[in-house]
Design a protein around this ligand. Structure first.
Ligand code: NI
Length: 139
């Protein structure tokens, strides 16, 4: 069974590679390369898989999942300039792919068995989202 909790945070970012020229950054990232940054209202969905406990009927305690999301994602990232304030984005381009991967790394160790993290979905805009699954997260 899969169970999903959603949270939102607003953050600014710049998508550029400092070792590339302005022209190259513009070509690769478009307006997102502007060093002044711009914001998004991100929506993250955390999906946990497992079988409901025979006594409680729950795959995992959703209060705990909410708390983990709050501590690992919302509190450190909400109203932050990701490149300047949230490592590793001081040295890694905060594309939605990289942000979703970082969220997986933060959440996964905190999901206690028998439940386990199944998917992180990160919406950067209403029509753009990234999915991270166990296989693609294992590095
Ligand atoms: Ni952007």
């Amino acid at each position: 069974m899969l169970i999903t909790r959603k949270a939102e945070f607003s953050a600014s970012h710049v998508c550029r590679v400092e070792t590339l020229s302005d022209a190259e950054n513009q070509r690769i990232f478009g307006a997102g390369a502007n060093p002044n940054g711009h914001g998004h209202n991100y929506v993250v969905e955390v999906t946990v898989e497992g079988e409901p406990d025979t006594r409680t009927g729950m795959v995992m305690d959703l209060k705990d999942l909410k708390q983990i999301l709050e501590e690992e994602v919302v509190e450190p990232m909400d109203h932050r300039f990701l490149n300047r304030e949230v490592p590793p984005f001081d040295r890694m381009v905060p594309t939605p792919e990289n942000i979703a991967g970082e969220i997986w790394k933060r959440i996964e160790p905190r999901i206690g068995g028998p439940a386990r993290l199944s998917r992180i979905r990160l919406y950067e805009t209403a029509d753009l989202f990234v999915d991270v699954f166990r296989k693609s997260a294992a590095k």
